[in-house]
Design a protein around this ligand. Structure first.
Ligand code: UDP
Length: 249
């Protein structure tokens, strides 16, 4: 446990986990990890471990929830009981209901919902291990799972938080910084459309600090976007090569 009195950043500007202020945690992204889902992705963002499965577009169940003019996107963010230090009840908490909503709203602008009336897409986000910033890591992975399902998208969505720890604006807060820091600003971003689809703030920042945090988070998103593209290429270049080999045989 970290003592509340302990400094989270040392005199040299290094954080307790060894990162500089503008450094991301290590990331690992994988696409198409669940053969039974229409689309899926797995992300390790620092110590966060998150699995996302997507079903659809398919007929809505129950039917009365379908919309005559658009597709309905549903999202369930769920933390496994073993994902945090103190066992999390498997029942949905108020926080999980909120995060399900913000993740859905961050992803909706990337989809052509009006092109699939009466249908639905379900996104299931399972947090296997949490260490701060799970909503952002979930959005990054869910966008990959949607792309893996084959549904046309305006852009990928990528998310990352910035915030203030001690007196410094920092990128990508982990759990201790999230809890003991001054502020946390999660941002979701569509890189090609240069559009922000989620912007939240927990804590207090000056106008200048807020601007710095948002710009830092967007820079972080751009770096993660490069990894998202790599993850998609890793799966689909491989499939393309296999198909090519089959054609040649
Ligand atoms: N957390 C926890 N128990 C809970 C919920 C959250 O220990 O029941 C931790 C977890 O590590 C999570 C962090 O608190 O990542 C920050 O949660 P927050 O609500 O700020 O969302 P997040 O930063 O994960 O998007």
């Amino acid at each position: 446990m970290i003592d509340k009195q302990e400094k989270l950043i040392d005199k040299k500007g290094i954080r307790l986990d060894g990162r500089k202020a503008d450094e991301l945690r290590p990331l690992k992204l994988e696409v198409g990890v669940l053969p039974n889902a229409d689309g899926s992705a797995y992300i390790e963002h620092g110590k966060n471990k998150i699995l996302v499965g997507v079903f659809g577009p398919r007929e809505m169940h129950p039917k009365h929830l379908s919309r005559p003019d658009r597709m309905v996107l549903r999202c369930r963010y769920h933390m496994a009981p073993f994902s945090v230090q103190e066992r999390k009840s498997p029942a949905p908490s108020r926080r999980e209901v909120e995060l399900s909503k913000v993740i859905r709203e961050a992803l909706e602008p990337a989809l052509f919902l009006e092109m699939y009336p009466r249908t639905g897409i379900d996104i299931f986000v399972e947090i296997l291990q949490a260490d701060g910033g799970t909503r952002c890591a979930s959005i990054t992975a869910a966008a990959l799972a949607l792309a893996d399902s084959g549904i046309p998208m305006r852009d990928l969505v990528v998310a990352c938080a910035a915030g203030k720890v001690d007196d410094t604006v920092v990128l990508d807060l982990y759990d201790a910084e999230d809890k003991l820091g001054v502020a946390d600003v999660p941002v979701a971003y569509m890189p090609n459309l240069n559009a922000v689809t989620l912007l939240q703030m927990d804590g207090i920042l000056t106008h200048a600090e807020f601007e710095k945090a948002v710009n830092m988070a967007i820079d972080g998103c751009k770096k993660i976007y490069a990894l998202q593209k790599e993850a998609l290429k890793t799966k689909y270049m491989h499939i393309k090569e296999e198909t090519q080999e089959e054609v040649e045989e």
